[in-house]
Design a protein around this ligand. Structure first.
Ligand SMILES: Nc1ncnc2c1ncn2[C@@H]1O[C@H](COS(=O)(=O)NC(=O)[C@@H](N)CS)[C@@H](O)[C@H]1O
Length: 439
């Protein structure tokens, strides 16, 4: 992409209301723009990151056997009356009326809707287990939206829903998602720790929040330090092997880890001092087992092996891709700006032309741009007339993994300058060596 043709509204300073670093950097880097309280436009650079995060979430859901669908954002109030949650959900629900005065709502979550879809499509236990998911925008009228997209009112969520004949089956579905979550956050460059959590308005009696430790996290969390060294379950996990899945669940819940609401002080203080971690954390995922809480009132029944109709056992599993864009910045930045992990960087290389109009430099840049793009490397080519200092500052701010600089002096001795954003000195290399290093 040529920067002269792109849309990247960089801000020199962040608005004062941006309290945390990810909010400041996302605004300054031209990734998002606030359209209303807690409601953001995702500008081109931010959307590229959001799409990369969603792709990794999707890959790990698919690997775990979940099946993707897409439910609408607008839902009928009557659907929520079936589960009894319409009134219980409270102020956070955005209630609307259509032209026929029909009561509707902007979905904050989809347990009722997926249960309605399931009950219309499945009748026998032979069709179980099932896990259906979508990646869809949600609306929760948070009293105090803040921290940019970290706690916004409209946000993107992957929400998956599992259906099993009984609790034992539902526990395996829960463990499948548990393992998929550990893998997902690791691939995003984050160290997540599953913590016992409260079930809140979703309900149920088993729940874990996946927390990443960050100074600006909203939650106060407590855990055993050894979690930080645990190996992520490998790509080769057999998601059909209930015992293997249970072994990962047992390992990753074998030591103390709890959010503030579930904290047991005495249990925590029984851990040797050097192994206690108490920190602030960001909740990036939350999973629930809630049995027949929705299937019973909504009559989502299957014919069991005994021929009797029985309500299915369900769980729901949420991840916040839009919150993750901010959380990844909280976990990866420095004084000059964002430092993206390769997996989610909006572009892989920032190519900087120090003297547009200089024939040799232009030719060298065009050649590098063509070679890298042909090799499938996403390049943001700064071909603008900005001053060099401002070009370097922009590349540091938007945090691309590689910065490749072409100037007349270096080129005269056949060299360009390559620098890794995550640290290390700039290297003077031939254009060929620079391309080889990046590939
Ligand atoms: N206001 C918000 N802004 C940004 N992300 C949010 C917000 N609220 C929740 N999330 C993200 O969405 C994830 C799931 O949300 S949740 O309420 O915990 N769980 C559910 O809604 C269940 N239905 C799971 S399918 C959270 O872990 C968080 O990553």
């Amino acid at each position: 992409m040529r920067l002269s043709r792109y849309f990247l509204p960089i801000l020199r300073d962040a608005p004062k209301e941006a309290e945390i670093v990810s909010h400041r950097l996302m605004l300054r880097a031209g990734m998002i723009r606030q359209e209303a309280a807690g409601i953001y436009a995702w500008l081109p650079l931010g959307l590229r990151v959001l799409d990369k995060i969603s792709s990794i979430v999707r890959e790990e859901q698919d690997r775990a056997g979940a099946i993707e669908c897409l439910m609408p954002t607008i839902q009928l109030a009557d659907l929520w009356r079936e589960s009894g949650r319409y009134d219980a959900y409270g102020e956070e629900m955005l209630r609307i009326k259509d032209r026929h005065e029909r009561e509707m709502l902007y979905g904050p979550t989809n347990e009722e809707m997926i249960t309605e879809i399931f009950r219309a499509g499945v009748r026998s236990y032979k069709d179980l287990p099932k896990n259906l998911y979508h990646i869809q925008w949600k609306f929760r009228d948070e009293r105090r939206p803040r921290f940019g997209v970290m706690r916004s009112r409209e946000f993107l969520m992957k929400d998956a829903y599992s259906f099993d004949l009984d609790q034992a089956g539902a526990r395996t579905s829960y463990n499948r998602m548990f393992v998929a979550y550990l893998r997902t956050f690791a691939r995003l460059g984050l160290k997540s720790i599953p913590m016992r959590a409260d079930t809140g308005p979703i309900g149920g009696d088993l729940s874990h929040e996946f927390i990443i430790l960050a100074k600006t996290g909203e939650s106060e969390v407590y855990c055993h330090k050894d979690y930080l060294d645990f190996e992520t379950p490998p790509e080769t996990v057999n998601f059909d092997d209930a015992a293997e899945l249970q072994s990962y669940f047992d390992k990753w819940t074998s030591l103390y880890a709890a959010t503030d609401e579930m904290h047991e002080k005495a249990e925590f203080e029984a851990i040797s001092e050097d192994k206690r971690v108490s920190a602030r954390g960001i909740e990036v995922g939350h999973i629930f087992y809630f049995g027949t809480k929705y299937s019973l009132p909504m009559k989502a029944l299957v014919t069991g092996p005994d021929g009797k109709d029985t309500p299915v056992h369900m769980g729901s599993y949420g991840i916040g891709p839009s919150r993750l864009a901010a959380a990844i910045i909280e976990a990866g930045h420095d004084d000059s700006g964002i430092v993206w992990p390769e997996a989610v960087a909006p572009f892989r290389v920032g190519l900087v032309n120090l003297k547009p109009g200089d024939a040799a430099v232009d030719a060298a840049c065009e050649d590098l741009y063509a070679k890298l793009e042909a090799a499938g490397v996403d390049v943001l080519y700064d071909d603008t007339d900005e001053r060099p200092g401002s070009k370097f500052a922009t590349m540091d701010l938007i945090g691309l993994p590689w910065r490749l600089v072409v100037g007349p002096k270096g080129l005269a001795s056949g060299q360009v300058e390559l620098k890794r954003r995550s640290g290390g000195a700039a290297e003077a290399l031939s254009p060929e060596q620079a391309v080889a290093t990046i590939l």
